[in-house]
Design a protein around this ligand. Structure first.
Ligand SMILES: [Zn+2]
Length: 115
C-alpha cells in the first residue's frame, strides 16, 4: 500500500473545514436576507441586483457543499480514486487540491463539458 494515508487525512480535514465554512456562510446569507426583508421590504439598500448576486452565491455554496460531500464519501469508500481526474485518471495537482480539495478534475479538464 502506498504511503498516502497521511495526505488523505489532511485532505479530509480540509474538506471538513470547508464544509463547516460553507454551512456558516449559507446560514449567514440567509440571516442577512431575512434581516433586509424586515427592514426594507420594497427597495432600500437591498437592491434587486444584490438579491440576484446573493442567489448566485447561495447556489454556488450549495453546489460546493454537494461536491464536498461527494469527496468525503469517495475518501471513505474508495480512497485510491480520490485525487484522480474523473475524465483522464491523471492525478489532480496538489496545488489544485489544496485550494479545492473537492476537485474531481485535473487542470486540463476543469470546466470541460461532457455530453
Ligand atoms: Zn483530466
Amino acid at each position: 500500500m502506498r504511503d498516502t494515508t497521511g495526505r488523505r487525512l489532511v485532505y479530509r480535514e480540509m474538506l471538513y473545514h470547508a464544509r463547516d465554512r460553507s454551512v456558516l456562510e449559507l446560514a449567514a446569507s440567509g440571516a442577512a436576507r431575512r434581516r433586509s426583508r424586515q427592514t426594507s421590504p420594497t427597495a432600500g439598500s437591498y437592491t434587486r441586483l444584490q438579491r440576484e448576486l446573493d442567489r448566485g452565491a447561495v447556489q454556488e455554496l450549495r453546489m460546493t457543499l454537494v461536491a464536498i460531500g461527494g469527496a468525503l464519501q469517495l475518501l471513505h469508500d474508495d480512497p485510491d480514486i480520490y485525487g484522480l481526474c474523473e475524465l483522464c485518471g491523471a492525478p489532480i495537482s496538489p496545488a489544485r487540491l489544496h485550494v479545492m480539495p473537492w476537485a474531481t478534475r485535473c487542470d486540463a479538464h476543469d470546466g470541460v463539458t461532457v455530453h
